[in-house]
Design a protein around this ligand. Structure first.
Ligand SMILES: Nc1ncnc2c1ncn2[C@@H]1O[C@H](COP(=O)(O)OP(=O)(O)OP(=O)(O)O)[C@@H](O)[C@H]1O
Length: 240
């Protein structure tokens, strides 16, 4: 099994508080990997360390075969990251945001134009290109943040609660996009509190109080906990 991300004995402390406690796991290449857990369990902290935004206290993170602490720039070039509080410019239009992020990622004008056409079609922004972001629905904003994160053709997409507070139709569309990129060979690491979304993952990992409690396919964890839904597994894992 080829791995996109390898995490070994990762620990992150904030002062004396242990936010991530000696966790190890691997994310296979091309899979949709769901990182699940209640609020404050250490998911975002783990993601920030993978993306090189935070430094680990202890442990090792490898992204596409590279030590993330030694090659943060190369790692970042291979990751498209959508954070919980994504940084779209509200006073710019859809098109202007794509232009801006394209330039940030170092794309040429021609590359940006080509990408923009593809993304507008793929994410169904046709006719809305000139709409200011502040006028968009929450679902559209999330999709735009997703689109911008794919501009530099990253091999890994890391999406931190991308569909929080989004209506069911927009969530469905969002997951169609996740599937599209996954089918194109992109590895997706996603956190979510929606258990119907967890069911769509190839692998799910459950974190609680900084500890990795379970990791397996949805089918296998349901079998282990004798449950017919990930929601039921979630309740059982976290009430143990
Ligand atoms: N910079 C920081 N300084 C101190 N404590 C922090 C810091 N960042 C995170 N924490 C704490 O670490 C713990 C894990 O936070 P984290 O954001 O990783 O959780 P999470 O699983 O992503 O939660 P959520 O689902 O709410 O996003 C929390 O108790 C949080 O308050």
């Amino acid at each position: 099994m080829d791995k996109a991300i390898k995490i070994e004995r990762l620990t992150k402390k904030f002062g004396s508080f242990v936010a991530v406690n000696n966790i190890s796991f691997e994310v296979p290449k091309g899979c949709i990997f769901g990182l699940l857990g209640p609020n404050g369990s250490g998911k975002t902290t783990t993601i920030k360390i993978i993306c090189g935004v935070l430094r680990a206290t202890e442990g090792y993170v490898e992204v596409l075969g590279k030590d993330a602490s030694k090659y943060p720039e190369e790692v970042r070039q291979n990751i498209g990251y959508v954070s919980q509080k994504f940084s779209l410019y509200e006073d710019l239009t859809i098109e202007e945001n794509i232009n801006f992020y394209g330039a940030v990622y170092g794309l040429s004008k021609n590359e940006i134009e080509t990408k923009k056409k593809q993304l507008v079609k793929l994410f169904k922004f046709e006719g809305r290109e000139k709409s200011q972001v502040s006028t968009l629905s929450g679902g559209m904003k999330q999709k735009l943040a997703f689109a911008c994160a794919t501009l530099h053709n990253p091999q890994i997409l890391i999406l931190d609660e991308p569909t929080a507070g989004v209506d069911p139709i927009s969530r469905k569309e969002y997951w169609e996009m996740i599937k599209f990129f996954s089918n194109s060979g992109v590895t997706v690491l996603v956190t979510t509190h929606y258990m119907d979304e967890a069911e769509r993952c190839d692998v799910v990992a459950f974190m609680f109080n900084g500890i990795l409690k379970e990791i397996d396919t949805p089918y296998n964890v349901k079998k282990k906990y004798m449950s017919d839904s990930i929601e039921d597994v979630f309740v059982k894992v976290f009430s143990e």
